[in-house]
Structures are given as structure tokens and as C-alpha cells.
Write a protein that binds this ligand. Structure first.
Ligand SMILES: Cc1ncc(COP(=O)(O)O)c(C=O)c1O
Length: 480
């Protein structure tokens, strides 16, 4: 079966690039959301595990005919969904090289170049966000894992023994503070770390969805008065629903006053740091004890690629995660240990994920990222202007990044109650989804459902935004 190992590669190296070319050269003409229902897809792939292996051509044909056409059109210029980008071509093909080398990036000896390159891209990211020489980090599977790693550091900072004996090392509840707009991974992390979801204090936001600082101060004071230990404040830089950024320097000051760990979740908007025009929105991020940034969001690296950066990471991450493993402990004089990433996070066997990030950052350069981020913010402002001109729509969030939220609220439907109007947003979204012409989501902001558009494809042009506005109008008009 493997006598033809090289021949198999040769065959695949024509079949797979052809399948990629077929897909990427027709991206704009393809439906965004596929038509197939859940049942249809289950039936399509309802097949027994084959007794005999199948020819490569047959398998790739199934990909071309069934997998790709029924995939979500995430790389499309008309995909306006979550923070999911069109992947950079160099990132797509870097993934093949990563798989070919199959380095285990957990320990330096199992992936010497992968470890060295991971340390390099982490240095670039730390420098970009204003961290000093003691900073270090680790690549993660995405923002959720990056937040978990950061909150583990926050928890451990509360008491030396927590990592050994658990949260009972402190005789009181440890509390976490984040805006009600924070990502759900904060609560999940609190649960996984034994702190408990109920001890994440969701702080209200102002009319523009920024954390309310007075409400935060009050929450900390009342927890302290009740005998709890305020442990961590999370600032959001690029909220999932609205893309807005909390007041980062003020949060840093509150964290310092209260002896709390300060984490900034910049999974999405960390990329503003590339742009001289927009980077001031991140002022104060360098004061954070830890930062999450996701190259698989606004840096256009294919999934999965997140990062946790820690201001004093060389010590703190190591302290939080290092463990002695006899079969990974051959003595090489110690220089390799700094690159043993199993010591800096929870993953053991790890993919050579830094390759696609390194190639993407070298291909784009700071300027390439800056221009792209700036262009996408301009396109989002254009969308906001178009929405503001329409009587039947109302904008509900500011444009601080490349996200815009708005509602369909025509005067002709003045008789509808809030519940009916909220349901209507979802119905219009479904019409758009079924049309296949574009894809966007809805979210709930201060209790009311609204459309959420993120311009996250570097292929999106002004005409795609104008088409989206017309599609929204046409789809919504069906309900008036
Ligand atoms: C602000 C923020 N943090 C964290 C995450 C989690 O990232 P991931 O889905 O890569 O785990 C997201 C995802 O959208 C996010 O918007």
C-alpha cells in the first residue's frame, strides 16, 4: 500500500491544487450558504467504513462534488458572518507543508524549526502590542483556548498553591469581571479552572457597548465586602457582537488598584495595532498582564491559530504549565527548554501552526496588514452610511472596527411589539441565507435582536457592500 508513497504524493499534487483552483477561481459566483439541509447532508455521507481502501481519485472526486459545494462559503467576499476570514493563499498552502513535515511542536527536539519559528512569531506579536523583552507566549487553537490559558495564569497569581491543591488554596471565592459583551469562553474558562461560571461578573455596558467603569468598581467593592477575592479583570478589544473596544487604560488602573490580573481579549481587534491610523484604539493594551490575539481572525491565517501573550510570560507561563516528563528530558544544556512549548500551555502534541503565521506575516508585512485593516474599516463605514440613509433600518452600534450592527424597524410595522420585531430580524436573516447571495448573522444587543455584519474578507469590495444593502432591502420588503 505504501510502495508508491512518492507516487501518491505526485498524484495528489495535481488533483488537490486542481480542486483548490476550481474553488477559489469561482468564489464570487458561488452561493455563500449552501442549500443542502441537515438531513440531506447526513444522507450524502451515510456510508459504511470501507473494508478495502479506495483510489485517491475517487476520494478527491467526492471532495469536489460533495464536500466543497456543500461547505459554508467562508472565503467568499460576500460572507459577512463571524470573525472568519478568507484565508491568505500562502496560509492555505503553508498548511500542506506543515502536514508534510508533521513536526510535533510540543518539544524543541521534535520540531526544532517549528519551535524556533513559533518563538519568533510570538516575539513579533509581543512587539506589535507593546510588550517588553520578558514577554512570551504560546500559540493556541483559537481565542477560547488562548483565554483559558490567560485565565489560568490569572487564577494561579492569586495563590502559589492553587495549581497543586486547587482553588481551595484560597479560603474564598475568586471573582472575574468582564463586560456583558465578553466572549462566552470567559465563562467556560472559569468553569474549567474550578472557579465557577457564577463567579464571572457580567458588568453592564453603556449605550455604545463599552464596559461601565463605575459599575465595575461597584461590583468589585461589593464582592470584597462580601469576603470574595477579586481576581481578574477582562477588557474586551473587539467585542464579538459589536467589534467595539473597552477603555483599556482605565481598566488597567482599576486592576492595579484592586490587585487583580488584567487580561485583554483582543482576539479580533488586536490587528488594529498594524495600522498607524487605528492603533491608538488599543492604547493601554501594553499594561495588560496577558493578551489574547487570534491570527485566524483579522490576520487571515487559516484555522486554527490563536495566541496567548503574557507580559512576564517567560516566568509566568512556565510557572503555570511546566511539568517534568522523563521521556522529554534529555539534557541538551538547557537552551532547548525555552522552546519546549508543552511547558507553556496545556497542549502536548502540537501542530507546526507557526509556519502559516510566519509565512502570512512575512507575505503581508506590517504595511500589508495596515492597508487591509484600514480598507475593511472604510468599507464598514460605507455600509453604516448606507444604512443610516434608509428609513426602514436603524443602526444600533458604532463602527470602531469592521463590524456594524443594525435593525430592520420600518414605521409601517409600528404595530409590532418588541418580541415580534426581534423575530422579524431572524426571519429576514433566513431569507438572505436561503438566497445564497450573502451571509450575515444576528445577535442580541441590550436585549434586542439586530443584524451583525463583519467585513472580514480582503476580497470584499464596495460593490459587495452595495449589493448587501440592496439584498437586505429586498429581503426585508417581503415582510412589510
Ligand atoms: C472577542 C473574542 N474572544 C474570543 C473568541 C474565541 O475565539 P475562537 O472561536 O477562536 O475560540 C472570539 C470568537 O469569536 C471572540 O470574538
Amino acid at each position: 500500500m505504501f510502495d508508491d508513497f512518492v507516487e501518491q504524493h505526485k498524484k495528489l499534487s495535481t488533483l488537490i491544487p486542481a480542486a483548490v483552483m476550481e474553488f477559489v477561481s469561482t468564489l464570487d459566483a458561488r452561493r455563500v450558504a449552501p442549500e443542502a439541509s441537515v438531513d440531506e447532508l447526513v444522507q450524502m455521507f451515510d456510508e459504511p467504513f470501507p473494508e478495502e481502501g479506495m483510489p485517491i481519485e475517487h476520494i478527491i472526486e467526492r471532495f469536489r462534488k460533495q464536500v466543497a459545494p456543500n461547505a459554508m462559503g467562508v472565503p467568499s467576499p460576500r460572507y459577512f458572518g463571524q470573525f472568519n476570514p478568507t484565508p491568505l493563499p500562502i496560509g492555505v498552502w503553508a498548511d500542506t507543508l506543515t502536514s508534510m513535515l508533521n513536526q510535533n511542536a510540543g518539544a524543541w527536539r521534535n520540531g526544532p524549526t517549528s519551535a524556533t519559528i513559533e518563538a519568533r512569531v510570538l516575539r513579533w506579536l509581543c512587539d506589535l502590542l507593546g510588550y517588553g523583552p520578558n514577554s512570551y507566549g504560546t500559540l493556541a487553537s483559537g481565542g477560547s483556548e488562548a483565554n483559558l490559558i490567560a485565565l489560568k495564569c490569572a487564577r494561579d497569581a492569586a495563590h502559589r498553591e492553587i495549581k497543586n491543591v486547587g482553588v481551595r488554596a484560597v479560603a474564598a471565592d475568586l471573582t472575574i469581571y468582564a463586560s456583558e459583551q465578553c466572549h462566552y469562553s470567559i465563562e467556560k474558562s472559569a468553569d474549567i479552572l474550578g472557579m465557577g461560571r457564577d463567579l464571572v461578573r457580567k458588568i453592564p455596558t453603556d449605550s455604545q457597548f463599552h464596559i461601565e467603569l463605575d459599575a465595575l468598581r461597584d461590583a468589585i467593592a461589593s464582592d470584597r465586602a462580601a469576603g470574595k477575592i477579586p481576581c481578574c479583570i477582562v477588557g474586551v478589544a473587539g467585542a464579538t457582537s459589536t467589534g467595539v473596544l473597552d477603555s483599556l487604560p482605565e481598566l488597567a488602573a482599576i486592576a492595579r488598584e484592586n490587585n487583580c490580573w488584567y487580561h485583554v481579549d483582543a482576539a479580533y481587534a488586536g490587528a488594529l495595532a498594524f495600522s498607524d491610523k487605528h492603533k491608538s484604539k488599543l492604547n493601554g493594551i501594553e499594561l495588560a498582564d496577558s493578551i489574547t490575539i487570534d491570527p485566524h481572525k483579522w490576520m487571515f491565517v487559516p484555522f486554527a491559530c490563536g495566541a496567548t501573550l503574557v507580559r512576564d510570560g517567560k516566568l509566568v507561563l512556565r510557572d503555570a504549565f511546566d511539568i517534568t516528563v522523563e521521556y522529554l528530558a534529555e539534557d541538551r544544556g538547557g537552551a532547548d527548554v525555552e522552546f519546549d512549548f508543552f511547558r507553556y500551555g496545556q497542549m502536548g502534541t502540537r501542530r507546526f501552526n507557526s509556519l502559516k503565521l510566519w509565512m502570512a506575516m512575512k507575505f503581508m508585512g506590517r504595511k500589508g496588514y495596515a492597508e487591509t485593516v484600514e480598507r475593511q474599516i472604510e468599507l464598514t463605514k460605507h455600509l453604516a452610511e448606507r444604512i443610516d440613509q434608509l428609513d426602514e433600518f436603524e443602526r444600533v452600534s458604532p463602527v470602531e472596527t469592521a463590524v456594524c450592527c443594525f435593525r430592520f424597524a420600518p414605521k409601517a410595522l409600528g404595530g409590532m411589539n418588541d418580541t415580534e420585531l426581534d423575530a422579524l430580524q431572524g426571519q429576514v436573516q433566513q431569507v438572505i441565507e436561503r438566497s445564497g447571495e450573502a451571509w450575515l448573522t444576528t445577535t442580541v444587543l441590550h436585549g434586542r435582536r439586530a443584524f451583525r455584519v463583519n467585513v472580514n474578507s480582503f476580497l470584499t469590495e464596495k460593490r459587495h457592500i452595495d449589493d448587501l444593502v440592496e439584498l437586505l432591502r429586498r429581503s426585508a420588503a417581503k415582510f412589510v
